[in-house]
Write a protein that binds this ligand. Structure first.
Ligand code: SAH
Length: 258
């Protein structure tokens, strides 16, 4: 099978247009069709006769299949995620569909183009909290059991990673962040007051809000779906500034832990 169509799985970063890479911008200009969650498509500048295909959250596999089908039919298709398309986003959904699809679909010209993921944008605003080893955990149990999340949180705390929590809290899942904090406190009972926690909300947007607290004092009610929660490691340090907005960073060297 040969088709002149293509599929580009792209990330448009967490917020402003200047965080969209030139490579992704070029694809968004060339595409005949653009798929994505409607609030991501709302962020894009309209291009000529391009057709937009907005859909709701939670329809990732259908969206991926429709995009693949259109590209197989010869269209130039972009499928858009916020941040990076490989981080808790559409690229995995595309490959999930492709793996089960007829073998002929694998000849399609597909590529995944990177974007700035929320964790990196938040870290840059805060200073350098990911300057040493870290991990990222999606706190949503929509697609995996809570027991898996709890195990990963526990082991990440034991390994003393800095931890980035994506999808920390939503109206449908109001209590899980509280459970996560309790679990982390029980893993680090002696360090709760010294473990730094940052809430980075709407990074790169006009309503951006950064706050820094400790694991002992962290209040989950201050967090919503537009927030990236960053839990510091033992080595994470805080530098106070006169403007009241401290820098958080994790030094390059690590002393013996425990
Ligand atoms: N693919 C995206 C992540 C999708 S999961 C990426 O790479 O960034 C959605 C989660 O990302 C949100 O619940 C939030 O935790 C985080 N997020 C996305 N944009 C954000 C922003 N501008 N500020 C803070 N967190 C953000």
């Amino acid at each position: 099978m040969t088709s002149r169509g293509w599929l580009r799985v792209v990330g448009i970063g967490p917020g402003p247009a200047q965080w969209i890479t030139p490579e992704v911008q070029a694809v968004l200009t060339e595409a005949s069709d653009v798929f994505g969650y409607h609030s991501y498509l709302d962020r894009l500048a309209p291009v000529g006769r391009q057709e937009l295909h907005p859909s709701d959250n939670g329809q990732e596999l259908q969206r991926a299949r429709r995009a693949l089908e259109l590209a197989l039919g010869g269209a130039r298709v972009a499928i858009v995620s916020g941040g990076d398309p490989g981080v808790f986003a559409m690229a995995a959904a595309v490959f999930e569909v492709l793996e089960r699809a007829p073998a002929a679909w694998r000849a399609l010209d597909i590529s995944v183009l990177p974007g700035v993921t929320a964790m990196l944008a938040a870290a840059a605003r805060l200073g350098a909290p990911l300057g040493n080893d870290f991990c990222a955990i999606n706190l949503s149990d929509n697609l995996k059991p809570w027991s898996v999340i709890a195990t990963r949180l526990r082991l990440a705390a034991q390994a003393d990673f800095a931890i980035a929590l994506y999808n920390p809290r939503s109206r449908a899942r109001p209590d899980q962040l509280q459970h996560a904090f309790e679990l982390l406190r029980s893993e680090r009972p002696e360090r709760g007051a010294q473990t730094w926690v940052a809430f980075a909300r709407a990074v790169g947007r006009p309503d951006e809000d950064l706050s820094i607290t400790t694991l002992a004092a962290a209040d989950p009610d201050r967090v919503d779906m537009r927030t990236l929660v960053l839990i510091g490691a033992t080595g994470t340090r805080c530098i106070e500034r006169p403007n009241g907005q401290p820098w958080l960073y994790c030094p390059r060297h690590i002393d013996e832990v425990r």
